[in-house]
Design a protein around this ligand. Structure first.
Ligand code: NAP
Length: 265
């Protein structure tokens, strides 16, 4: 029996690094996967990679910031598949990190805060309806170590990540009585996401501003971990597949620490 046999999964930001890795793991584990994202070529590439693991994968261009568009797509998925069991929001976008408050505009500070909190509200609201009607389901959110780190240049990322973790906990409390679980994962930066993720540009700017070579700067992040290495995309995707499965049926309201020990609980 595959981990996600018979499950229907929707991934927003499905063409991204974490979204595509999760699509591969979910498809391999037997889920029917619906990828929603912004740019068609990235969605097509993610779907084709996931299909090679044997699953059924469909794609749609959907703006994950827009409630009406997301609601419409969720209705289409529910009509096509009859149910939604798993919803992952893996939307990501470049934002300012590494600059202190005096040199940060209000708009730069608010960009990740409103952006990440908006898209997670929009997608969770849309999928909550069919999940409540079904009496089951799991909503997966993705935070960052910024929720618990301190230091220079992190205020926007910290407010966004701590806010998203609070949102995820509160949503778990709200949807728990309806049988719907909410699991937030908090991975550290992944080196193997750098080729496809917005993080290369963002981290690159911080390294440049500090006058440090990019690889050396990444080594600094690695040095924060207990394992002496950063997590990988596959590790995060495999955890998401487990968290989405019935084997994690008693797991909700949790912030899953995938930082390789950069943060300890
Ligand atoms: N990468 C890391 O090391 C890391 C570590 C910890 C946490 N995270 C978190 O993981 C999440 C995903 O990061 P990632 O590295 O996978 O990012 P990514 O590779 O850059 O992918 C993000 C995806 O989101 C899509 N997107 C952006 N705005 C959208 C919108 N309005 N509607 C629909 N799709 C939209 C992008 O579309 P396009 O294809 O059009 O660009 C892209 O496909 C973020 O929340 C990030 O904070 C990442």
């Amino acid at each position: 029996m595959l981990l996600l046999e018979g499950k229907v999964a929707v991934i927003h930001g499905g063409g991204g690094s974490i979204g595509a890795a999760a699509a591969r793991a979910f498809a391999r584990e037997g889920a029917r996967v619906f990828l929603a994202g912004r740019s068609l070529p990235r969605l097509e590439a993610a779907a084709s990679a996931a299909r090679s693991f044997g699953g059924t994968v469909e794609i749609a261009v959907v703006d994950a910031m827009d409630q009406a568009s997301v609601d419409r797509h969720i209705d289409e998925v529910t009509d096509a598949a009859g149910r939604i069991d798993i919803a992952l929001n893996a939307v990501g976008f470049d934002h300012l990190q590494g600059r202190e408050i005096a040199d940060t505009s209000l708009a730069e500070y608010l960009h990740p805060v409103t952006g990440y909190l908006q898209t997670n509200f929009v997608t969770a609201k849309a999928v909550a309806r069919p999940m409540i009607a079904l009496g089951s389901g799991v909503i997966l959110t993705v935070s960052t170590p910024g929720a618990r780190l301190t230091g220079r240049g992190l205020i926007g990322n910290a407010a966004q990540s701590a806010g998203l973790e609070g949102f995820s906990r509160a949503l778990a409390g709200e949807l728990g009585p309806a049988g719907v679980r909410v699991v937030c994962v908090r991975p550290h930066a992944m080196r193997d996401a750098l080729d496809t993720s917005y993080t290369r540009q963002m981290f690159g700017r911080i390294a440049d501003a500090s006058g440090i070579d990019f690889d050396e700067w990444m080594d600094g992040l690695t040095g924060m971990t207990l394992l002496g290495r950063l997590p990988t995309l596959d590790e995060v995707a495999e955890f998401l597949a487990f968290a989405a499965s019935d084997r994690a049926g008693s797991m909700t309201g949790v912030i899953s620490n995938l930082t390789a020990g950069a943060l300890v609980d």
